[in-house]
Design a protein around this ligand. Structure first.
Ligand code: NAP
Length: 357
């Protein structure tokens, strides 16, 4: 039996779902792969909990319940405050350790670098470390011990398809098109059904599909980071500011409070109704698309053929279409649930197992 020591940064929705998934998979992985996954450290924004011999099932459940109830790790019986610890990776790490980043901050970059220097693996759902300067992306990924499937399309294996099917088969990518935002998918299919833009944004916010400030989704930066990660995975040395991003609101609406923004939304209803009508008249429909071709990437609202894979996409599903030399007549298409804590945790766990094996 091989034991892999897990050090996890982040215990939000995805982080807690991942801990539960690891616990549920333990018996299966032991007989299937001869692999034992043992959590030795957990970290949140305020501190960490450490157990050099591995936390028990009951201890992990107690910490998940505490986090669920809004208690920070430093307040649990295994907890330390942030400043009380030297480097968590060095304290908790051993041979055969994997660092997991399910935070939403670039602050984890030094810990990831240290972990990789120590020879550990790393598995990320967090896009930010990979969407900063290209130099950092190269430093982190050149080891071959960092996997990041869940950063694009959550559990849909977009990165694995590139890294394990398209690139090693010496296929050449002519174009990649993808819808990588469940929120923007919900909006564009709603527009196609004739609903008003303002009503759709209000509904998406009420359903918790958007961030508390919907501009974080409608601005397109999250999709741009995913496009950047895909571009870099193919070896294109792009920076985030080289990707043109089309927000779904005008610059003047970027200022002011969320309440101001929501109140101003009906002004955009006519604009989008006209765009939808023009697209439908041409046999097309609108989708918020990341396009990668010829070493460049862009992100924005596009008219796509209604009968295309992108045009057929409904609701909050994600979709990616790889147009390559091998898949020329018909693109290689992957589609499925592209968000949600369980799909994302599933993507991270598959990366952990791939690294561990
Ligand atoms: N949710 C999805 O459907 C989805 C899909 C794909 C990818 N992702 C990505 O997965 C990541 C996690 O998402 P989430 O929804 O779980 O986010 P979340 O609920 O906001 O959780 C973030 C976690 O990171 C912790 N954290 C913040 N700064 C930290 C630091 N410096 N060191 C250690 N921990 C720190 C937070 O600590 P506290 O608990 O103390 O606040 C929290 O536990 C994000 O990068 C997100 O973009 C999410």
């Amino acid at each position: 039996m091989k034991t892999i020591h897990l050090i996890q940064f982040g215990l939000g929705g995805v982080g807690r779902a991942l801990v539960q998934r690891v616990l549920a998979a333990r018996d299966d992985f032991e007989w299937r792969y001869g692999l034992r996954l043992a959590y030795v450290a957990l970290c949140d924004s305020r501190g960490a909990a450490i157990a050099p011999d591995g936390f028990s099932h009951a201890q992990l459940q107690a910490m998940m319940a505490a986090k669920e109830a809004g208690v920070s790790l430093d307040a649990t019986e295994w907890g330390y405050k942030r400043g009380e610890l030297e480097d968590i990776v060095d304290i908790a790490g051993r041979e055969d350790a994997i660092v997991i980043d399910v935070t939403a901050t670039e602050e984890t970059v030094p810990a990831l670098q240290l972990a990789l220097d120590r020879g550990y693996g790393a598995a990320l759902a967090n896009k930010k470390p990979l969407a900063g300067p290209m130099e950092i992306f190269r430093g982190l990924t050149s080891t071959g011990r960092l996997r990041y499937e869940a950063t694009v399309g959550a559990g849909v294996p977009v990165i694995a398809t590139l890294n394990e099917a398209i690139i090693p088969s010496h296929d050449s990518v002519a174009r990649i098109e993808g819808c990588f935002s469940g929120t923007l998918g919900f909006l564009t299919t709603g527009l196609e059904e004739g609903k008003a833009f303002s009503g759709l944004v209000t509904e998406a916010r009420a359903l918790g599909y958007t961030e508390p400030d919907p501009r974080d989704d409608l601005g397109g930066m999250d999709v741009a980071r995913k496009a950047l990660i895909l571009a870099r995975t193919m070896g294109w040395p792009l920076e985030l500011d080289q990707i043109p991003v089309e927000p779904l609101f005008p610059p003047e609406m970027a200022e002011g409070s969320v309440a101001d923004f929501m109140a101003a939304l009906p002004r955009l209803d006519d604009v989008y109704r006209k765009k939808v009508d023009a697209a439908l008249a041409a046999g097309k429909t609108l989708r918020y698309v990341a396009t990668l071709a010829g070493g460049e990437a862009s992100v924005g609202l596009r008219e796509v053929a209604r009968e295309s894979a992108l045009g057929q996409l409904r609701g909050s599903d994600n979709l990616v279409a790889f147009h390559t030399a091998v898949y020329d007549a018909t693109p290689l298409v992957l589609q499925g649930r592209g968000a949600g804590v369980h799909g994302t945790a599933a993507g991270v766990l598959a990366d952990i197992v791939a690294l561990a094996r």
